[in-house]
Design a protein around this ligand. Structure first.
Ligand SMILES: Nc1ncnc2c1ncn2[C@@H]1O[C@H](COP(=O)(O)OP(=O)(O)OP(=O)(O)O)[C@@H](O)[C@H]1O
Ligand SMILES: [Mg+2]
Length: 176
């Protein structure tokens, strides 16, 4: 099992980018009172057929070479252990939406951790992709929009500024 939920989020977003997405929405919602931790990744990639969608939760199914195809099944297993589930909605040529839900207070729920670092990895790993990031923590919200950067490497000042706004924004809503 993966240690942090942020690693699962990274994996699900990497799937979206691998599927040719140019726009990805990442929404994370933590609500202690309602005992929910949920995240949703919505992309405009190539989508999955019904058969592919069903097989995607199957361990060892992958369309990629040299991949284990464990990303989604591991996430589904982690969610189910914690009284939640994973839902995949997908329309071929339109896109995919993966939703994972956990019981916030479940003893086995992995911690979220390192969301700022995860977003940094995604933003700088995929400059060509437009990202919308929304994090909600007990009703407080932080949003970040990162437009696609065509053919231009990010300057280090930009990287520092981005890191600062992610860290400050998340700290304000109580996400470390
Ligand atoms: N967002 C998506 N859009 C289109 N197809 C997807 C998407 N996410 C997953 N898939 C399909 O589901 C398969 C399984 O995904 P999963 O993350 O479980 O494994 P993988 O990405 O193939 O391998 P790994 O994550 O272990 O490197 C993918 O190979 C791909 O065919
Ligand atoms: Mg994957």
């Amino acid at each position: 099992m993966m240690e942090d939920l942020s690693l699962h989020i990274l994996d699900i977003v990497e799937n979206a980018v691998a599927a040719g997405a140019t726009r990805v929405l990442i929404a994370v919602n933590e609500n202690e009172k309602r005992d929910i931790l949920a995240f949703r990744v919505t992309d405009n990639g190539r989508g999955m057929s019904r058969e592919e969608r069903e097989r995607a939760l199957d361990p060892f199914f992958t369309t990629k070479r040299k991949r284990t195809g464990l990303g989604l099944p591991l996430l589904a297993q982690a969610a189910e252990v914690c009284g939640g589930r994973v839902i995949i909605e997908s329309v071929p040529r339109k896109g995919t939406r993966v939703t994972a839900r956990f019981r916030f207070g479940h003893i086995d729920r992995p911690p979220l951790t390192k969301m700022a670092e995860t977003m940094m990895t995604l933003f700088f790993g995929h400059p060509e992709v437009e990202f919308r990031y929304r994090q909600t923590h007990n009703g407080l919200r932080f949003s970040y929009f990162r437009s696609a950067i065509a053919g231009r490497a990010a300057a280090s000042a930009e990287i520092a500024a981005l890191r600062d706004s992610l860290r400050t924004g998340l700290k304000k809503i109580g996400v470390s």
